[in-house]
Design a protein around this ligand. Structure first.
Ligand code: NAG
Ligand code: NAG
Ligand code: NAG
Ligand code: NAG
Ligand code: NAG
Ligand code: NAG
Ligand code: NAG
Ligand code: NAG
Ligand code: NAG
Length: 537
């Protein structure tokens, strides 16, 4: 036997024994890139005639009573979807009202060797392709999008067992992975009462643990120290239960702290904001959340987290809507903590109506309605010192809000004055809470995340220390210098401030939630370049 013949027989032997566990594919239909996940929606039996094409795009139509209804369906799909197009119209499957095959018909088919396929595929685009064992199967096509903002670590896809897979496709790119998104057409058939977020594409800050995925929390050592997560937290599973799709994990400031792009982003490169000259400081810590939602029109919502501004700041710098909800608005189980008394799960959108729909569905039982609007607008004295350009935007907006609410505006409102007048604490607020935030976050995170990471990393790496970006290193050192007594004292100060707020500042009201709305400029409207070098923390 020749050498080549031996090799061939070896290969054939291997082929007979090898079991390919799964196959995922990148394919082009005309010039558009798509991704087929490993799991088909449906696999045909082994006696089905083989398909000769590698992949056959097709469309299921359920309403084909009139030419006009087909035309309007196609027009609607083309308007809402970036996947369905004429390439999927070359093969059409017409699916009538779903009826069960009666037993005698089933047995007639069976005796005639006919395989009946009782699968109620919803209307929309699909791809017929061979599965891992060569059988014909039906797949949902995912569209692959380039991400010029470099917001993502990876693109994700939910498997039927509830764990996440990484989308394995890549195409020519300058660094960011391509992001796969499912068709919006399949969501149109879902009942909006049960699936209010059907078709929503959501990016996830890489501190929400996702079953099957390794979490980075923005740190390379953390990523390489811990295994893939075995649980997805309730904040994310609620979204998938409501019909939303998690498209990928976004970049973040390490462990949800604060960093500047050029000074501090050592482990990973900071994403790009599309605003201004394209070189604005993108802020954080929900950095990729802000840049992805501002840049990518195929994305609907970004999940972030806000402890001390981590959603509000990227929202303001990227020109989108963002929220820090009340602490406890939604469970933060299986989310990397910074401070449990201050951490919140927030999100960002470009569209205010979609912003409202998403919040009502996500915060669900924590979401409350009141019969009246707050009667007073407390307009912070800090508006005096914003840039003139920002004043031109802020001032007319504040006036519109006041008119809409029918509220009184209290200008130049000072929290310090009100604190002095009503707290009874006898110490300036800025002095009283000077180290409250820093102690609460740094002591807690050093104790519960930092210290265990140093130990676990050392155990795996011959006693060496993990690399931590300068800002976080500085904060953790500070946290390490605080003891449990200092932490307890600052917890009391936070609670004192909260009590004062409820009674004297954002006074509670059964009618309108709070009597007052406090407006403050989180951004002074000045240019801040990502090229700036800063001195050490
Ligand atoms: C389909 O192709 C596979 C592999 O080539 C072969 O084993 C199988 O018999 C074919 N099935 C039919 C129904 O022709
Ligand atoms: C089809 O059969 C299933 C299972 O027997 C039953 O639940 C369903 O209601 C039937 N559907 C119709 C349209 O008769
Ligand atoms: C016919 O029924 C038998 C017994 O239920 C089953 O094993 C077989 O797969 C069926 N054949 C087809 C073609 O559906
Ligand atoms: C959606 O579900 C609700 C509640 O179960 C039901 O009342 C309604 O008829 C459903 N709508 C459609 C279009 O099926
Ligand atoms: C999930 O992971 C955690 C942390 O690594 C571990 O303590 C727990 O036993 C795991 N649970 C299961 C079901 O594997
Ligand atoms: C706020 O204070 C500034 C200067 O401190 C003053 O010019 C401005 O008129 C005040 N605005 C209101 C609404 O009182
Ligand atoms: C508040 O009171 C402190 C003394 O407790 C005083 O030093 C400070 O100037 C006052 N601040 C304001 C804004 O009135
Ligand atoms: C806050 O604490 C820092 C560090 O101890 C100190 O340098 C600063 O002066 C303090 N600021 C106030 C307003 O008390
Ligand atoms: C805050 O108010 C609650 C409820 O009235 C009270 O139980 C608690 O002791 C107060 N905390 C502080 C630090 O004053």
């Amino acid at each position: 036997m020749s050498w080549a013949a031996i090799l061939l027989s070896t290969l054939l032997g291997l082929r007979a024994n090898a079991r390919v566990a799964s196959v995922s594919r990148t394919l082009f239909i005309n010039d558009t890139p798509y991704y087929l996940p490993a799991e088909p929606l449906f696999t045909f039996g082994s006696d089905t005639p083989n398909i000769t094409a590698d992949a056959l795009p097709f469309t299921v139509l359920t309403d084909f009573t009139k030419e006009s209804s087909i035309k309007s369906t196609i027009a609607e799909w083309e308007a809402v979807d970036d996947i369905f197009n004429q390439d999927f119209m070359k093969t059409i499957v017409l699916r009538g009202p779903f009826v069960n095959v009666s037993e005698d018909v089933a047995s007639f088919f069976n005796q005639s060797g006919v395989q009946t396929v009782l699968t109620a595929l919803p209307a929309g685009p699909y791809v017929l392709a061979r599965d891992a064992s060569g059988l014909p199967a039906i797949y949902p096509p995912l569209r692959l999008h380039f991400d010029p903002s470099q917001s993502f670590y990876k693109s994700t896809f939910l498997k039927s067992d509830g764990s996440y897979d990484v989308v394995s496709a890549s195409l020519d790119t300058d660094s960011s992975p391509y992001i796969a998104v499912p068709s919006r057409v399949h969501a149109l058939a879902k009942n909006k009462t049960h699936f209010p977020l059907a078709g929503f594409r959501v990016s996830v800050k890489d501190l929400y643990f996702m079953k099957g995925l390794v979490t980075s929390a923005g740190n390379r050592a953390f990523y390489s120290t811990y295994p893939a997560r075995n649980t997805t937290g309730p904040a994310v599973t609620r979204l998938t239960d409501l019909g939303a799709h998690m498209v990928g994990m976004t970049k973040m400031v390490q462990f949800a702290n604060g960093d500047r792009a050029t000074a501090d982003w050592v482990d990973y490169h900071a994403p790009f904001s599309p605003r201004g000259d394209g070189n604005l400081e993108p802020s954080g810590s929900s950095t990729g959340a802000g840049t992805s939602i501002a840049t990518l029109d195929w994305l609907d919502v970004s999940l972030g987290s806000d402890t001390g501004g981590s959603v509000r700041l990227p929202a303001s710098l990227n020109g989108v809507y963002g929220i820090r909800p009340s602490v406890g608005a939604i469970s933060l189980d299986e989310v990397l903590p910074l401070s449990p008394v201050l951490d919140t799960a927030g999100y960002l959108t470009r569209d205010p109506k979609l912003f409202s729909r998403f919040g009502k569905a996500w915060y669900a039982e924590a979401f409350q309605s009141y019969p009246a609007f707050p009667k007073n607008l407390l307009v912070s004295e800090d508006f005096v010192s914003v840039s003139d350009a920002a004043k031109d935007i802020y001032n007319p907006w504040i006036e519109k809000l006041r008119t809409f609410l029918g509220a009184n505006a209290v200008g130049n409102y000072s929290i310090e004055d009100q604190w002095n007048a009503s707290s009874g604490v006898g110490s300036e607020l800025a002095v009283y809470v000077n180290e409250t935030y820093s102690t609460l976050v740094a002591y807690y995170q050093w104790t519960n995340v930092g210290k265990p990471l140093f130990q676990d990393y050392a155990a795996k790496n011959g006693g060496r220390s993990p690399h931590i970006n300068p800002q976080v290193r500085f904060r953790w050192k500070y946290g390490e210098s605080k003891g449990p007594d200092a932490y307890a004292a600052e917890l009391m100060k936070r609670e004192t401030f909260e009590n004062w707020t409820l009674n004297n500042f954002l006074t509670e009201s059964a009618d309108s939630c709070s009597q007052n709305i406090y407006l403050y400029p989180i951004n002074s409207g000045t240019y801040s370049s990502r090229e700036t070098y800063y001195s050490s923390p």
